[in-house]
Design a protein. Structure first.
Length: 480
């Protein structure tokens, strides 16, 4: 607005003088800077010094420039004693204008030069307490925020200037964030707003996280929107606001009946994120496990995993899903069971059966679940040991890690792990190394085998071998 005002005054001056003045902005910024350069506040400055500061004008041209600002634009005035024409000093007629133009000059001069900005900040620290320069500092900060990215001003400059000006940056940032979120909400309900723009605004609100809790009721309104994309985005946003009040929970539960599966899965995902594990909510999620849409069933299981509800009804339902036709649903169900901490005989037996599944991914998820549950019975240990011979590399690695979690240091387990140190796949060797380090058996055979792997061809295997030896209280020859 200030530059627009300057241009308007210049157009009037051009009409009056009959000549063009194309460098009005640059010259105004230079003059303003000379008026603030000494004290960082609008002050009188010797007219001669300003004239000499123009890089491409001779004395007469610079004099004419100052006369134009003084007589035609009325932006400068002469100061001092005696008749006006004999006064040797000048100053800006308006302090805010001088501060803004000087700030723009400073940004143009310093741009991305960190040394120049450090020099400026050092001078500011010297002047603080001696001069009232807060107005100029705040103006420089505003210009950094508005034009800093364009001029590649270092991002830290605005914050440093704000601190020196005495701003509570944290409180200011929160205030700005609230204003920003409110603007997004206004955009959501603006007449004629395009779906894409509304979805983008909901995503921005979602990214604001808990700072946007106060607009939850506004987002709930979007759950009733006619557009499926808006409803889906609203549900996703509510899941990230960390607001688990009753209106939010009930609104999301209501979307379990939405005709669009993407909305249903977004609603259940949101509820899983919010962490409310009430009986009503868990039962509603369990009902979604029968949804006709595969993705909805999958996200319902993921939500139950996050809520960690170990009720008999949850366990029973998840066990049923181990027979689901879809592989990913079965995998997600067994992973959920592994996270619940329920190691009943019925549950363990069902997971053990999956170790024989034809799909490697499911075998892997099943053995990881057994490792998480901590059931170290003989039947579990033997079943996991059998997977050491699995044809799939990742299954073998997961089996090794699971056994390491169970803490079984029996001779058969130790021998099987030592054998895997010779596996052709580096990741399997690495898993065996970690398991031996975790089990704490520092026998001579274990230490010797791990020491040998400090010379392994793979760097990450060598690294984990050295770490395992450290855990066992031993040092490898390579470290000595």
């Amino acid at each position: 607005m200030i530059l627009n005002h300057l241009e308007k005054l210049n157009r009037q001056g051009e009409r009056k003088t009959g000549s063009k003045y194309s460098t009005i902005k640059q010259d105004a910024q230079l003059i303003a800077w000379k008026c603030l350069e000494e004290n960082y506040k609008p002050s009188d400055v010797k007219r001669k010094e300003v004239i000499e500061a123009f890089p491409s004008l001779d004395t007469d041209e610079a004099e004419n420039c100052l006369n134009y600002f003084e007589e035609e634009l009325r932006l400068l005035k002469r100061t001092g004693y005696g008749p006006i024409k004999d006064r040797k000093n000048i100053c800006f007629a308006l302090d805010p204008l001088a501060e803004y133009l000087a700030a723009l000059y400073l940004l143009q001069e310093n741009k991305d030069d960190e040394e120049k900005w450090e020099e400026f900040l050092a001078k500011v620290k010297e002047k603080l307490g001696k001069e009232e320069i807060k107005g100029f500092l705040l103006t420089v900060r505003d210009c950094c925020l508005a034009k800093g990215s364009e001029l590649r001003v270092p991002r830290t400059v605005a914050d440093e200037i704000g601190k020196l000006a005495g701003l509570n940056l944290e409180a200011l940032q929160k205030k700005l964030e609230i204003q920003r979120i409110k603007r997004f909400v206004r955009n959501l309900f603006a007449p004629g707003a395009a779906t894409k723009d509304r979805v983008d605004d909901l995503k921005k609100i979602e990214d604001s996280g808990s700072a946007a809790q106060f607009v939850a009721l506004d987002i709930i309104k979007c759950l009733k929107d006619d557009d499926q994309k808006v409803r889906k985005s609203a549900a996703q946003a509510l899941g990230k606001l960390d607001n688990s009040t009753e209106p939010v929970i009930q609104a999301l539960l209501g979307k379990f009946q939405d005709t669009d599966p993407d909305v249903r899965l977004s609603a259940v995902e949101a509820l899983g994120n919010l962490g409310n594990a009430s009986e009503l909510l868990v039962k509603a999620i369990l009902a979604l496990l029968q949804d006709e849409n595969l993705a909805v069933r999958f996200y319902a299981i993921e939500a139950l995993k996050k809520l960690s509800n170990t009720s008999e009804l949850v366990v029973k339902t998840l066990l049923t899903l181990l027979q689901d036709k879809n592989l990913e649903v079965r995998r997600s169900a067994v992973e959920a069971l592994g996270n619940l901490g329920n190691s009943s005989e019925l549950l363990v037996k069902a997971i053990l059966a999956l170790l024989q599944d034809e799909y490697p991914g499911l075998r892997r998820s099943a053995v990881e679940a057994l490792g998480n549950l901590g059931n170290a019975s003989e039947s579990v240990v033997q079943a996991i040991l059998a997977l050491f011979q699995d044809k799939d590399t990742r299954v073998r690695s997961s089996a090794v890690e699971a056994l390491g979690n169970l803490g079984n240091t029996s001779e058969p387990v130790m021998q099987a792990l030592l054998a895997l140190l010779q596996d052709e796949y580096p990741d399997v060797r690495r898993s065996a190394v970690e398991a031996l380090g975790n089990l704490g058996n520092a026998s001579e055979s274990v230490v010797q085998a791990l020491s040998n792997l400090v010379q392994d061809s793979e760097p990450f295997v060598r690294y984990f071998a050295a770490k395992a030896l450290e855990k066992l209280g031993k040092n490898s020859e390579a470290e000595k």
